[in-house]
Design a protein around this ligand. Structure first.
Ligand code: PRT
Ligand code: ZN
Length: 283
């Protein structure tokens, strides 16, 4: 049995639950439970505050956890990052009052900075030999300059709209972050085996989410050119259509080259292009 800690509620909860679901692991999240057990996988899931997860994993109360890299690095616990999970993306940034003169990080010398990330903020300032006064507050950091508590803040940013509505501008990025799977440093062989099984499934889900299945019709005289544009797992599947002189081509395209490839396929004579999501992909 492996014990996995995930966020009880908040920004990472839904995506963490979804990931387990996509891995075919059936867990219930009924009521106000602290823990639950999967019915079809040797996994126990603990629902905790994200800030506590690194400590629980270090202590071995949980064997693994899903938490933002920002929390892992801020808490500075002795745990191992196993896998980046591709959700919960954000950055930890310093922001100052808009309209305020800011040249470089030296502009923060002697200033007051409010943050919920005192460890990472201090580390960054020390690295740049800047002396500033760090005020640790636990929430609503963005209002600190407005109420006269600080001159600047260091907080998580994703769209940037919170900074904008509070009259702040982002000036330094300390860290780019996403949700990661962390593990205790000393798992035994049986636990390692379950972790390997889980990772195998996570890789298949991540791969599938990054790829699309594409079906299109191609006139036979354009077939070579169209096939040349498609990677496929081995090579594209080509099937004759009922209509003489036409073929159906099936392949897999990765998300990042998707739009570029679609345009080129159309230009090359492809018609009736269908794109469908892939649920799992095992190479
Ligand atoms: O209750 P618990 O302690 O478990 O939750 P929490 O309130 O501490 O954390 P939560 O749920 O807010 O965030 C959990 C994790 O989500 C964080 O540790 C990050 O790894 C990740 N994440 C991703 C974010 C954001 N994006 C984010 N935008 N966490 C917080 N924010 C906040 C930010 O603090 C600021 O207030 O959103 C605001 C900025 O958003 P934009 O879009 O306006 O820039
Ligand atoms: Zn938290």
């Amino acid at each position: 049995m492996l014990k996995l800690a995930i966020q009880k509620s908040g920004r990472l909860h839904e995506d963490s639950m979804n990931l387990l679901r996509e891995c075919g692991i059936a867990i219930s999240n009924g009521g106000n439970k602290l823990k639950t057990e999967a019915s079809n996988f040797p996994l126990q899931v603990f629902f905790l505050r994200d800030d506590d997860i690194p400590q629980y994993v270090e202590d071995g109360v949980a064997d693994m956890g899903i938490v933002g890299e920002n929390v892992v690095y801020e808490k500075d616990r002795s745990v191992k990052i196993v896998e980046q999970l591709g959700f919960g993306s954000c950055r930890l940034s310093i922001a100052v009052v808009r309209g305020e003169q800011y040249n470089d990080i030296q502009s923060l010398e002697g200033k007051r900075i409010a943050t919920s990330y005192p460890f990472l903020t201090r580390q960054h300032l020390e690295k740049n030999k800047v002396n500033a006064d760090i005020h640790e507050i636990s929430g609503s950091v963005e209002i600190a300059p407005g109420i006269g508590l600080s001159d600047a803040i260091c907080d998580l940013v994703s769209s940037g709209s919170t900074l904008l509505t509070n009259g702040l501008k982002e000036v330094e990025t300390i860290l780019y972050s996403q949700a990661v799977l962390i593990r205790n440093k000393a798992l035994d062989a049986a636990q390692q085996e379950i972790l390997d099984k889980l990772l195998f499934r996570i890789h298949a889900v991540k791969k599938a989410n990054n790829n699309k299945y594409i079906l299109l019709n191609a006139p036979n005289d354009k077939l070579q050119e169209i096939i040349g544009l498609l990677p496929g797992m081995k090579s594209p599947t080509v099937l004759p259509l009922a209509e003489e002189g036409w073929s159906s081509v099936h392949s897999v395209l990765s998300e990042d080259e998707f739009w570029d490839k679609i345009e080129r396929l159309k230009a090359a004579g492809a018609q009736g292009i269908l794109v469908v999501p892939i649920e799992k992909m095992v190479m």
